[in-house]
Each structure stands twice: as C-alpha cells, then as structure tokens.
Write a protein that binds this ligand. Structure first.
Ligand code: GMT
Length: 381
C-alpha cells in the first residue's frame, strides 16, 4: 500500500506512534509518505520506502493566524495525487482529520478516491477537542473519517460519551518495538553505562515526558525527594517542556538538585530506559501512557497514576503500581518498599517485559493497522 501519514512532528506520544508505525510499515514493504510541517523527530531518514513532504505555511500580514490546516489539506491532496496514495492515516484529530477530509473532497472531484483513517490519541478528545470552538468540527471529521481507531478502550468510550459519536471505533493500542526497546543483556555493560548517571550502589528512577502540566513532573520530583531521604538514589528526567524550570526550582529549593539529572530532549531513549530501576509517570491523565510501555519493554516497571487507559497496560502490583493522582506520599512509600525487596522488584521487572512482549510488541499490533487499512479500503471502494 502507499500510505500518507500526518502527525505532530515534535515531541509527543502521538508523533512517536505515527513515526514508529511508518517505519514498521515501510519495513513490511509499504510505501510511506509523511506529510507535516517538519520532519518527525524520530525519523532519521535511514529507512527505505519512507518519504517526507514538508507543508509550507506561508504568512501574510493579513493572517494573524496562518491557516496551517488549509496548507496541510493542499499538500495532502498534492502528495496523494502525485504519488498515487491509497489512503491517508492522520494521528490526532485536530486539525489533521479536518484537513484530510478536505483533501479527500478535493480529489473526489477529479476521480481519485482518497479514504482516510483517523487515530485518536488523547487530548484531541479529552481536552482540546472538548473546547466548544473545536468540538463540532472535530466530531464532524470523526464521523466523516473512513475509519477511526483509538489507542485504548478508555478513549473509545470517552469519544462515544463526550462527543456523542456513535460510529464504530476500533481500539488498536500503542505498541513498542521489543527488539529495540529491550533490557541490556550484559550486566557488565549495564553497570558501565549506569556509572554515567549514578554511583554503583544507587538506584535510578526515571521520568520521560514532554513536561506539560498534565504530566505532573513536579510530583515526580516530590516523590524522589522522599525516596532519596531513605535510599541512595538518583532521578533522571528525560524531556523538556513548560514545567521544566518549575521542576528545576523545586529540586533547588529541596536541596536535591545535585541528585537529579535533567537530560533534556533525547533521541535515543531506548538506550537510557534500560538503565533505570523504576519509571515515574504521575500524570493527571494518560489515554494510554506510551512512556510506561517503552520502559516496561526494557524491564522497567512504572509507578503510575490510575487514570485514563493506564490500567489497560499496568496491572497494579504485578507489572507496575497504580496510585491516585497527586498521592506522592503513597507513591514514595511504595517505591521505597519495592526497592528494599529485591525479589519482588525482580518479579515486577520480569512481568513488565512480559506484558510488553505478549500484548504490545509492534509485531503484534502493526498487523492490526494493516488489516484495518485493508478493511477501510474495501469499504471505501
Ligand atoms: O493527547 C495528547 O496529550 C497528545 C499525545 C501526544 O502527542 O503526546 O499524547 C497521547 O497520545 C500518546 C500516544 O498515543 C499516549 O500514549 C498518551 O497517553 C496520550 N496523552 C494523554 O492522553 C495525555
């Protein structure tokens, strides 16, 4: 198949999923065309069968807000026509599915069928999409999509309930490449790599996000502050975003800045994650929680909040632990108890990897997308 993929190319889980999907599909022999305003950050240009088309957004003094959605629709239609695309797959409904709808209509007039699939990721439904200025058009573009998928059963139910959408939505969960995201096999290599972050007797806690308020990175620092009073430990914060400076100030005020590494945005998180003992994901909301899955594939259990689609991934006490949002005392107490209990920690590490391997590996999930495309194309023809 020749597939056009549109996503937000900067940091964010939906862009990661879209990019990894494109890479996996290309490896299966499909031709993939990314259409976006900049190259998706995890796309290194290394793969055969992958093309990238930039969307130029020209400005004009009259435009206080340059109309990206229109430029995107034009580019989608152009690329589809020029490369004879079979379908478009847009990630995050706003505004991508509206642009895809326009592109489909533009081409229909010229006898080119261009069905599109919309994948719902999270705040396009739970936050931004609920804004009255976006809700009617988002609902319309979801209804008009040739196929709709959501990344968790939670998000599917939310879309039906909050948007009044009645159409079929297929749940296709987030996935991870279990051969790339894996534990470090050689203990000596792992010990060697950990030395760059911590002393040999110290535990490593990690947090990976785009530091938006919804991720509650401040809670991660608060949990760590309690843990480090009881255990030798370091906190490694991977990513960047609006709450980074607040987290830095908090670390400073608590006198623990010397025990925290702020690594900023990192391209090769699959090399960092296996070095951790635990992952912290104290989010206000996660429709799935891709960062936790990536950690789990590396044998790193996650201390997470019981929100959104997270319980579809994390089984409390088995492959990770779940808490109420903001309950930093309970999170810290459980981290301390778990790290004191080597046997339990090991069992949880094994269970985390097993969950990733048996339910969320790209080899299991990507074929679900391929099947869904085939069904969508058959319905649209
Ligand atoms: O919806 C968002 O907040 C944006 C999106 C992103 O680009 O980071 O995150 C969502 O999509 C991820 C990939 O499918 C999920 O793993 C995240 O849980 C989800 N974030 C939220 O629901 C807050």
């Amino acid at each position: 198949m020749r597939i056009g993929i549109t996503c937000y190319p900067t940091y964010g889980g939906s862009g990661v999923v879209a990019t990894e999907l494109g890479i996996e599909l290309a490896a299966l022999g499909h031709e993939i065309h990314f259409i976006s305003y900049s190259q998706p950050f995890r796309l290194t240009g290394r793969d055969d069968g992958i093309f990238y088309h930039e969307v130029p957004v020209s400005n004009y003094p009259l435009f206080e807000f340059p109309p990206y959605d229109l430029a995107l629709a034009s580019r989608m239609a152009e690329v589809a026509e020029f490369y004879n695309l079979d379908l478009l797959h847009v990630h995050y409904a706003i505004p991508h599915s509206v642009s895809a709808l326009l592109a489909r209509q533009m081409l229909a007039g010229r006898g080119h069928k261009l069905p599109f699939v919309t994948t719902l990721h999270g705040t396009d439904i739970t936050l931004v999409g609920l804004d009255r200025s976006y809700l009617p058009i988002t609902r319309y573009s979801i209804d008009e999509s040739d196929g709709v998928t959501s990344i968790s059963a939670y998000l599917k139910a939310k879309t039906h309930a909050d948007f009044g959408v009645t159409r079929e939505i297929n749940v296709i969960p987030n996935f991870v490449n279990c051969n790339l995201y894996e534990p470090m096999r050689e203990a000596t290599k792992r010990e060697e790599a950990r030395k760059r972050l911590a002393e040999p007797d110290e535990f490593i806690l990690m947090h990976l996000s785009n530091f938006r308020p919804v991720k509650r990175v401040i809670d991660a620092v608060k949990v760590f502050a309690k843990v480090t009073r009881e255990l030798p430990a370091r906190l490694v914060l991977v990513g960047d975003g609006p709450d980074r400076s607040a987290a830095e100030w908090l670390a400073h005020d608590l006198g623990i800045q010397g025990r925290i590494h702020f690594l900023g945005k990192q391209e090769r998180v699959h090399r960092l994650l296996p070095l951790a003992d635990l992952m912290l994901m104290p989010s206000e909301m996660e429709s799935f929680g891709l960062a936790a899955l990536e950690a789990m594939a590396c044998k790193v259990p996650t201390i997470a909040t019981r929100v959104g689609g997270v319980p579809e991934l994390i089984e409390d006490g088995v492959n990770g632990m779940l808490f109420d949002v903001g309950n930093v005392n309970a999170m810290a107490a459980s981290v301390i108890a778990l790290l004191h209990d080597d046997e339990r920690h090991h069992a949880m590490r094994d269970a985390a990897r097993r969950t990733a391997q048996t339910r969320f590996c790209s080899t299991l999930v990507v074929p679900q997308y391929v099947k869904f495309y085939e069904e969508t194309l058959a319905r649209a023809s």
